[in-house]
Design a protein around this ligand. Structure first.
Ligand SMILES: CC(C)(O)CC(=O)SCCNC(=O)CCNC(=O)[C@H](O)C(C)(C)COP(=O)(O)OP(=O)(O)OC[C@H]1O[C@@H](n2cnc3c(N)ncnc32)[C@H](O)[C@@H]1OP(=O)(O)O
Length: 258
């Protein structure tokens, strides 16, 4: 499928999706978000794919929602279209792991999109921020909620109220990103990590994602019970037998995703 605002590519069992509006620093227009949603669902449905990487350019992962598209909207347009929810949250329906590989600016909707991925690998050039307050609005794609869960109330308040950016080091210290790599190595590292995940048993990878995500939505005791049920169910898979036999026999496992 040919897209206008993103590039898609498959490398082994990893799908790579690159945001590609260089002249607008990958501003997340409605057409771009529709294409991204479409590509994510296609990768999720593709049995050959085990992990997905979303990235941008050296200068910008994404500089936010498209301000030029938003500027003339009125309340009724925003409300009736359910502006920002519709289309944007497709990524939350993806059941395979999605890694955000972030270099340069990840601002506003760019930061929110990265936070909707399962984890963020940042280049040392990455800058995260929720600058919507400078435009007379507030985050509208989950920024005030997800950022607070990642970095805590004090830092989230600071960023959302002042609109200041966080550099990669601060983002790693605060728990927003899982690791930092030199900018020149970002894509190679992200693809390597994604490849490692894609080589694992897909049912266990998908259940691991589901279990971690459940921790955001439920109590500790319910979350632990949910995890236990998923854990027990994996003993019904051939891959559990293979994984444990491989350990005992001191060899690499060969998973069949069954
Ligand atoms: C999703 C919600 C609901 O949460 C809302 C949002 O996301 S609101 C958007 C939040 N993001 C921002 O406010 C960041 C806006 N961009 C900037 O502040 C700057 O562009 C920058 C600091 C990221 C980079 O500055 P600089 O290097 O000086 O480049 P520019 O000349 O400003 O930009 C180059 C080019 O890109 C266009 N651009 C940048 N960001 C956006 C955007 N969010 N929407 C639309 N267009 C954007 C910018 O206008 C320039 O294009 P031209 O005007 O020269 O054609």
């Amino acid at each position: 499928m040919a897209y206008e605002n993103i590039l898609t590519e498959t490398r082994g069992s990893v799908a790579l999706i690159t945001l590609n509006r260089p002249k607008a620093l990958n501003a997340l227009s409605s057409p771009l978000m529709a294409e991204l949603g479409d590509a994510l669902l296609a990768a999720d449905a593709n049995a050959e794919i085990g992990c997905i990487v979303v990235t941008g350019s050296e200068k910008a992962f994404a500089a936010g929602a498209d301000i030029k598209e938003m500027q003339s909207k009125g309340f009724a347009d925003a409300y009736v279209e359910d502006f920002i929810t519709s289309g944007w949250e497709t990524i939350l329906r993806v059941r395979k792991p999605v890694i955000a590989a972030v270099a340069g600016y990840a601002l506003g909707g760019g930061c929110e999109l990265a936070m909707m991925c399962d984890f963020i690998i940042a280049a040392d050039s990455a800058k995260f921020g929720q600058p919507e307050i400078n435009l007379g609005v507030i985050p509208g794609a989950g920024g005030s909620q997800r950022l607070t869960r990642f970095v805590g109330k004090s830092k989230a308040m600071d960023m959302v109220l002042t609109g200041r950016n966080m550099d990669a080091q601060e983002a790693e210290r605060s728990g927003l990103v899982s690791r930092i790599v030199p900018a020149a190595d970002l894509l190679d590292e992200a693809m390597k990590v994604a490849g490692r995940i894609a080589d694992l048993s897909l049912p266990s990878v998908m259940m691991a994602k589901e279990a971690v995500n459940r921790s955001y939505e439920t109590t500790l005791s319910e979350g632990v019970r949910f995890e236990r049920r998923l854990f027990h169910s994996l003993f019904a898979t051939e891959d559990q037998k293979e994984g444990m036999a491989a350990f005992v026999e001191k060899r690499q496992p060969v998973f069949k995703n069954r």
